[in-house]
Design a protein around this ligand. Structure first.
Ligand SMILES: Cc1cc2nc3c(=O)[nH]c(=O)nc-3n(C[C@H](O)[C@H](O)[C@H](O)COP(=O)(O)OP(=O)(O)OC[C@H]3O[C@@H](n4cnc5c(N)ncnc54)[C@H](O)[C@@H]3O)c2cc1C
Length: 519
């Protein structure tokens, strides 16, 4: 993928795009993959970088949602379990099996999780990842030696999926592009064009050059997550607000807090939430919280009380108690929760996603979760095709391999996340051995990945590379700040930028990454 070539394609396209997608998170990228692979002329516009919003800030689980099962929402669980299986088949280089242990202390309801998880296994059917089972206290402690053993009776082990969210987003963008789609990051939609009362395209501003573009499309899909209302209001200034953002925070700890490969799932915290501690890229991701916030933001800030809440609960279950000084990074994401009654859904089935077609023909899709992005995209494109009067073509994403697809990868090798692209990164090192050097001694990334991200994954800034092409910002925010100057130098060379650009990048990145460090 190359941004200049993409921009050129937009300028050359004098007619109408079949489908214009606003938003380059999981939902919008899913729509772009679906539409492009059905053969429609597809354009996606993202105001910042792909997955800059919620889609790089998840718990990194591909899951049916054990908690929905408890609420008795079987159809939702069934759909998500099916999607979990498809995601694993279509992106095996990024989606893995993950064992979870629900510790059973004498003060809570172990029995539900025994029987409930058997139902979970059954619902997954042939796409199941492994049967759940009760385990003894000894086996529990063997799997998670850092678990607090006072009052521990045993546990239940079950399986779900785990993935790297922003890497999958980049691979989805590549998949859409390989199917003929055009995708632009740093292209903000500022208005909708109308023909009579109907939406006929978008006005967009290139965030790099300031150039304004007027782009015609037969149908426009609003996939802007927590920003959904701003696009609905471009369509109708009187539109009722439907999104109520809710913030979720995670902290990252070193592996020593969660040695082994098993994750912890605490079904009920003091405020009734689910808490996870999950091994990820040789660290542990621990979270999350649920805090209503007033306004959407691309860079939400964790609250002190959210950090304290996570540390407090971690201390209740871990014998090795994490302190603030142990936190390598803290990050926040916003759930686009849809307010009940705001707008008309086209679907009567109980779902946690929301699809609405405005009288102007604008198709809005939001809510849901990463796990169900493919199904959400399919529904959005089905609706968009009808609105636009396009020739109907069947969805092909159920068995569409995502860019990088590789069945067997060595998960101990940090380059495994590139799947089938891995050999190309190794070639970069063969040509220029210094690119094989680590960016930082505390991070698993080599310099060649910076070059690769610029040349093939449309990375434009140091933040794109350290935040989403690699996960340095999340794995160790301080270390990532230390390697920003070298990252900027390599990027400047690859992009043909000068020293002033590199320095400015380092300044901007450092300012941003400080927000992920806690003192
Ligand atoms: C704390 C937390 C944990 C989660 N954990 C999980 C999990 O473990 N598993 C799971 O399956 N799901 C999880 N989810 C849910 C999942 O992350 C989201 O459902 C999903 O990422 C939403 O994707 P999206 O594309 O709708 O929104 P976003 O990722 O926010 O994408 C919307 C995009 O639209 C862009 N945009 C906005 N306005 C404009 C404009 N005017 N022009 C151009 N672009 C624009 C934004 O920049 C943004 O990139 C979690 C969510 C949270 C908050």
């Amino acid at each position: 993928m190359n941004r200049d070539a993409m921009l050129h394609a937009v300028r050359q396209e004098l007619g109408y795009w079949d489908i214009i997608v606003i938003g380059g998170g999981a939902t919008g990228l899913g729509v772009a993959v679906d539409a492009a692979s059905r053969g429609y002329a597809t354009l996606l516009l993202e105001q910042h970088d792909f997955a800059k919003g919620t889609s790089s800030r998840s718990t990194k689980l591909v899951h049916g949602g054990v908690r929905y099962l408890r609420q008795g929402n079987i159809s939702l669980v069934l759909e998500a379990l099916n999607e979990r299986g498809l995601m694993r088949q279509n992106a095996p280089h990024l989606v893995t099996h993950q064992a979870f242990l629900v510790p059973n202390y004498d003060w809570w309801d172990g029995p539900f999780y025994g029987a409930g998880l058997r139902v979970y296994d059954m619902l997954a059917g042939k796409l199941g990842l492994g049967p759940s089972k009760r385990v003894s206290k000894d086996e529990t402690m063997r799997r998670i030696p850092t678990l607090r053993d006072t009052g521990l009776k045993g546990g239940v082990v079950y399986y779900d999926g785990q993935f790297d969210d922003s890497r999958l987003a980049v691979n989805l963008a590549q998949t859409a592009a390989e199917n003929g789609g055009v995708l632009l990051n740093y292209m903000q939609v500022t208005g909708l064009m109308k023909s009579g009362d109907m939406v006929s395209g978008v006005t967009a501003v290139d965030q790099e050059s300031g150039e304004e573009l007027h782009i015609h499309g037969r149908v426009v899909v609003n996939a802007t997550g927590v920003f959904t209302d701003s696009v609905l209001q471009m369509d109708d200034p009187e539109a009722q607000q439907i999104i109520r953002p809710s913030q979720g925070v995670h902290i990252i700890l070193d592996k020593e807090f969660l040695p082994g490969n098993t994750a912890i799932m605490v079904p009920q915290t003091e405020d009734g939430r689910v808490l996870f501690a999950v091994p990820w890229h040789n660290k542990a991701v621990v979270g999350t919280t649920d805090t209503p916030v007033d306004a959407p933001s691309l860079e939400p800030r964790p609250l002190e009380e959210e950090i304290e809440f996570i540390l407090h609960h971690a201390a209740m279950y871990m014998s090795k108690i994490p302190t603030r000084a142990d936190v390598r990074s803290v990050f926040a994401g916003l759930r686009p929760l849809v307010e009940p009654g705001g707008g008309k859904t086209t679907s009567s089935i109980a779902r946690d996603h929301f699809l609405v077609v405005s009288p102007s023909g604008l198709v809005t899709i939001t809510g849901g979760k990463w796990t169900t992005y493919r199904k959400m995209a399919q529904e959005a494109v089905d609706n968009a095709v009808l609105i636009a009067g396009l020739e109907e073509k069947s969805c092909v994403t159920k068995h569409l391999r995502i860019h990088g697809w590789l069945k067997h990868v060595d998960r101990k090798d940090p380059l495994h996340v590139y799947g089938s692209d891995e050999p190309f990164i190794r070639h970069l090192v063969e040509d220029k051995p210094e690119l094989g050097e680590l960016l930082h001694e505390n991070l698993p990334y080599i310099k060649a990945e910076v070059v690769w991200a610029v040349e093939n994954e449309m990375a434009r800034t140091v933040e794109d590379v350290l935040g989403r092409r690699t996960r340095a910002l999340l794995l160790d925010a301080r270390a990532s700040i230390e390697c920003a100057p070298e990252t900027a130098r390599i990027m400047a060379e690859a992009l043909g930028k000068d020293d002033a650009w590199a320095q400015d990048q380092v300044r901007q990145y450092t300012e941003l990454a400080q927000g992920y460090v806690i003192d």
